[in-house]
Design a protein around this ligand. Structure first.
Ligand code: AVJ
Length: 311
């Protein structure tokens, strides 16, 4: 049985039912996420873009860190728009490195392998399509060079704080003393600003969530009646957890292949967490997971943090 099907069947058997947001990113999902990033309410991309645009030299210097050659790995690279600022700067500095973008979206990796070397002459690209840790292992097999790992976009926010700690520990285990990571954290800010970013007026975030039901219908033989589910985002400023749910509008029964799942009216599917952190919480997480926080980069509003950690 394929991994996607296995996880969906298991996740819909939980209480509350849930689905994993990493499966949002099929081709349609990639396109909807692009539309989310272009929404006026969705600030994280613009903030991090500003950090990369305004600090590319400082970032490149911090990550090159005096080493002669290294592998620059990006977890969840997407279309690599932000990292392109850094890649261009590193090429100008004549850094000797290979860019290894990892992404769960095969179309993204194909796109990067083909287009990046054209856009940035002299850049070596080795795309890896798959799950983060399997691909990190592969990267270590391909080369034993010093590693610099990028984890941008607040992707780490898609884990609960507890899982994020486990995740960072696991990253640390794949790396060696002296290696660097650059992690992007979406910071706590006014709750209304955060909620609006996950509840855009144009409805792209709703589409993004519902698309996973369409994807299950298409790829796994599901029969979700998508219009019978309502998108419900919420933000808890106490914990910093921004979560999205789909709520069943009626009592209904949904088939996936020969399995079925009953939904009560108002029953939820927990779809995604986008956790927000304070600066202090990110530093605690670094120390707790075997890293030393060495440099912070902010946008001018201090809404987003890209932080350099050393192993
Ligand atoms: C890609 C994980 C950074 O959580 O902000 C955007 C995904 N979900 N709107 C985020 C997302 C809903 C996004 N990340």
């Amino acid at each position: 049985m394929n991994q996607f099907l296995k996880e969906v069947l298991s996740d819909l058997s939980q209480t509350p039912k849930c689905l994993n947001s990493k499966y949002f990113y099929d081709e349609t999902g990639d396109r909807i996420f692009q539309q989310i990033m272009d929404c006026p309410e969705y600030y994280p991309t613009n903030c991090e873009m500003e950090i990369f645009r305004e600090n590319s030299t400082e970032l490149a210097t911090a990550l090159k860190n005096g080493f002669s050659d290294f592998d620059l790995i990006e977890l969840g690279a997407g279309d690599a728009t932000k990292s392109s600022y850094l890649l261009k700067e590193l090429i100008e500095m004549k850094a000797d490195f290979t860019y290894m973008p990892i992404d769960i979206s095969s179309s993204m990796i194909e796109y990067l392998d083909e287009h990046l070397p054209q856009d940035i002459p002299g850049l070596r690209v080795h795309g890896l399509n798959g799950e983060y840790f399997e691909m990190l292992k592969k990267a270590n097999q391909i080369s034993s060079k010093r590693k610099v790992v990028l984890m941008l976009g607040g992707n780490i926010g898609n884990e609960s704080p507890e899982n994020a700690v486990a995740f960072c520990r696991q990253i640390r285990e794949t790396l060696n003393s002296g290696d660097l990571v650059l992690v992007g954290f979406d910071l706590k800010k006014h709750p209304r600003t955060i909620l609006a970013a996950y509840n855009d007026a144009a409805g792209f975030t709703r589409e993004f969530n519902l698309n996973l039901l369409h994807r299950i219908n298409k790829e796994l033989g599901g029969n979700f009646n998508v219009s019978d589910f309502e998108h419900y985002p919420c933000y808890d400023p106490g914990s910093g957890a921004c979560k999205s749910y789909l709520i069943s509008r009626t009592n209904q029964k949904v088939y996936i292949g020969d399995r079925h799942f009953e939904f009560q009216e108002h029953e939820v599917i927990y779809m995604e967490i986008s956790q927000k952190y304070s600066i202090a919480q990110t530093e605690e997480m670094a120390v707790e997971t075997g890293f030393k926080p060495i440099q912070h980069f902010f946008d001018h509003k201090k809404w987003f943090l890209d932080t350099v950690w050393q192993c």
